[in-house]
Design a protein around this ligand. Structure first.
Ligand SMILES: Nc1ncnc2c1ncn2[C@@H]1O[C@H](COP(=O)(O)OP(=O)(O)O)[C@@H](O)[C@H]1O
Ligand SMILES: [Mg+2]
Length: 264
């Protein structure tokens, strides 16, 4: 196990960051009959961005889904002192856990406006002013079927759906995946703004984005959290990033080449 001060202790029950908004201990989860999350401890800091990192297939998405209850899980996931593990997903979400899934998952046949309307959470204020301020294009394209948008625009719809509601914490899974560099910068700008509204747990392969946004980092290997610490310290340690993430810190992307065919 590797760790960086001040978060050296990854035992269940250990305090990883001061008063986290989300406190995950000994999370285990099964996907398709296989245990893909074996032992994850992580804290999401109460402000800013906590990055969840690791090579492809180590269980980052499954960890996010386990936090939400989208896959069978055990362990504890405390939000504001309440354990979410006994709750079904809709009640987890209603407590203010926003989710931006990997691969966007917009309703392709519905308009942008209806995608947003469907995302309106009961009991929450709906921040259309924030959403249209961040994404003026979505206002202009309100009547357009979401499936006809570019990949970057669909990512904006996906982010907008989560930002529409009051969130205690936002779980954002690989928002820059497959996007052209200009859109990576745009998504990064939006996430920085989002993190001012609610703390973010961000799965991200682009290390430049991690460097720009994240204060804290948690690294998974084979379904286990093996490193917790300041993101800057991890990214400054070439040997560590090479060993844990399989890339040199200054190459930017964890072995995921930019997609030249990605829609702008
Ligand atoms: N629907 C599925 N069916 C079978 N195996 C899956 C499924 N989803 C994920 N897995 C497996 O679970 C492991 C973790 O996957 P995932 O959480 O998606 O990793 P990451 O997000 O870190 O790339 C991988 O070995 C993957 O192949
Ligand atoms: Mg994933």
């Amino acid at each position: 196990m590797t760790s960086a001060s001040p978060c050296e202790d990854t035992r269940a029950g250990a305090s990883l960051t001061a008063e986290p908004v989300l406190r995950v201990r000994d999370l285990q989860a099964h996907v398709a009959g296989q245990q893909v999350v074996e032992h994850v401890d992580l804290d999401v800091a109460p402000v800013g961005v906590t990055a969840l990192l690791g090579r492809n297939g180590v269980g980052k998405t499954s960890t996010i889904k386990a936090i939400l209850g989208l896959v069978g899980r055990s362990g504890t996931v405390e939000l504001d002192g309440t354990d979410l593990v006994p709750l079904p997903t809709h009640l987890v979400v209603r407590r203010g856990v926003g989710y931006v899934p990997e691969d966007r998952e917009v309703f392709a046949g519905l308009t942008v406006r209806d995608n947003l309307r469907l995302a309106e959470r009961r009991g929450s204020t709906h921040h259309y002013d924030l959403v249209y301020d961040l994404f003026p294009e979505l206002h202009q394209r309100g009547g357009q079927a979401a499936g006809t948008l570019s990949g970057g625009q669909q990512q904006m719809v996906s982010l907008a759906r989560a930002l529409l509601n009051d969130n205690q914490v936002l779980l954002v899974d690989e928002p820059t995946k497959g996007l052209a560099p200009r859109l990576v910068a745009e998504v990064s700008r939006v996430l920085a703004r989002a993190a001012q509204v609610a703390p973010v747990l961000l799965v991200e392969q682009n290390l430049q984005v991690v460097r720009d946004l994240a204060q804290h980092a948690v690294v998974l290997t084979d379904g286990r959290s093996v490193h917790h610490g300041p993101a800057a310290d991890l990214l400054a340690d070439d040997e560590l990033t090479q060993r844990l993430l399989g890339v040199h810190a200054d190459t930017g992307d964890q072995g995921r080449p930019a997609d030249p065919e990605a829609p702008a």
